[in-house]
Design a protein. Structure first.
Length: 179
């Protein structure tokens, strides 16, 4: 039994302006194995999904954020998970409304994501992922999962141009959320 985007992101709605259900334009989800090759798979899934939704122009920013969220889940969350949860895949959710796109990565750990200040350990080759997420998305956050699911969801929101704005993409077809 899988979860859909509305179940996973219920707490997200508490921090954002109301989402008009008639503005829902699509949702897609994929499971990712606990291997670093999954970052490439996540980027390819993001490219395909954004292309289907007519959001190709947002790919660079969204793919960077997706890459960082998936990398963080693989690097920090999977090793910290309970042994029974380590084989559970990381899951990427993309949800689109007329005015926003949400990228969410579910992982099996309840450990709080931590950001580093940009000047902290400037020479470090890692540790700046959430700073990049914050820089390239409009907002981001996380919440622990409830019920039978253990772990957390780390999400980022991108504002989209409204359909009546010049050059704005039209809403694409709704995609089913995979289990």
């Amino acid at each position: 039994m899988g979860t859909n985007g509305s179940t996973v992101l219920a707490p997200l709605r508490q921090g954002l302006p109301p989402i008009d259900p008639s503005g829902a334009a699509g949702a897609a989800s994929c499971s990712l194995p606990a291997r670093y090759e999954a970052v490439r798979t996540a980027r390819e899934f993001t490219r395909t999904t954004l292309g289907q939704w007519g959001l190709d122009d947002r790919f660079d920013d969204v793919a960077l954020v997706v890459s960082e969220l998936v990398t963080n889940a693989l690097r920090h969350a999977v090793p910290d998970a309970a042994p029974s949860d380590r084989d559970r895949p990381v899951r990427l959710h993309l949800m689109r409304w007329n005015t926003r796109l949400v990228c969410a990565v579910r992982d099996p750990s309840r450990v709080t994501p931590e950001t580093r200040e940009p000047d902290e350990e400037c020479a470090a080759e890692s540790g700046r992922g959430l700073f990049l997420v914050e820089s390239f998305s409009d907002t981001w956050g996380w919440h622990p999962l409830a019920g039978t699911l253990s772990g957390k969801v780390v999400w980022a929101v991108f504002q989209l141009r409204t359909p009546d704005a010049p050059g704005a993409a039209l809403p694409g077809p709704a995609l089913p959320v995979e289990d």
